[in-house]
Design a protein around this ligand. Structure first.
Ligand code: DX5
Ligand code: ZN
Length: 220
């Protein structure tokens, strides 16, 4: 699978209506929304008032990436946005299994994210319960950072781990995805590609989405 999830973090926040127009008409699969609390990550982005407005303008599924402590506090509000995927960090959840269950009970898909330094083995006992595993391919908190090359090996190892247990969880990557890194990630076995600066802000963002789709096509 090769789904492209442009990240709103790189959008023009003064023109969200215009950004959503090209987005809705594009080949993008999901809209990725980065919520930062200034505690879990050293940056603050946007919160529910902005996302509620964007959700009304957007006609594609929302992938809400919570870079916050205690993300379980927000399950109801993320559900009320109409989100398809609630994306939380393993590092932010003491009782990850319970939070994943609560996300499912709220009717959403559960994505669990790992920071670059967190080993994939930390998810060994929850592989069959999650819908998506997202590997951060930069340190979370900022857009436009350089892709961490070690991530390619991490994707390969995650793919093998999922195959071993027969898990159907999809692999998502976030950070530094662009025309150069996307094909390498596709070879490693990625299913969902988050891309901020490689899409929003470009002269023809819809064409960039299409190009990323083309570059990530795999013959299975
Ligand atoms: C970073 C965010 C990313 C960010 C990616 O913490 O989680 O979703 O928008 O930005 P790029 O694609 O520019 O690296
Ligand atoms: Zn993100």
């Amino acid at each position: 699978m090769n789904m492209i999830a442009p990240s709103l973090l790189a959008a023009d926040f003064g023109n969200l209506e215009r950004e959503m127009q090209w987005f809705n008409a594009s080949e993008a699969d999901w809209l990725h929304l980065d919520v930062m609390d200034g505690v879990f990550v050293p940056n603050i982005s946007f919160g529910f008032p902005v996302m509620e407005r964007v959700a009304k303008l957007c006609n594609k599924p929302l992938d809400v990436h919570l870079m916050t402590v205690q993300p379980e506090k927000f399950i109801g509000r993320v559900r009320d946005l109409g989100a398809t995927v609630m994306n939380i960090h393993q590092e932010a959840c003491i009782h990850l299994h319970r939070v994943v269950q609560q996300i499912h009970e709220a009717g959403m898909k559960a994505a669990v994210s790992l920071c670059p330094s967190t080993p994939i083995s930390t998810l060994e006992d929850i592989l069959e319960d999650v819908d998506v595993i997202m590997l951060m391919t930069v340190n979370p908190g900022f857009g436009g950072q350089k892709f961490i090359n070690h991530s390619l090996d991490k994707v390969c190892r995650l793919k093998a781990m999922l195959q071993t247990v027969g898990s159907k969880a999809l692999i998502e990557v976030d950070g530094g995805v662009n025309r150069q890194t996307a094909p390498l990630l596709a070879d490693a076995g990625v299913d969902i590609y988050v891309a901020g600066s490689a899409v929003f802000g470009k002269d023809d963002p819809a064409a960039e989405v299409l190009e990323l789709k083309r570059l990530t096509q795999r013959i299975l």
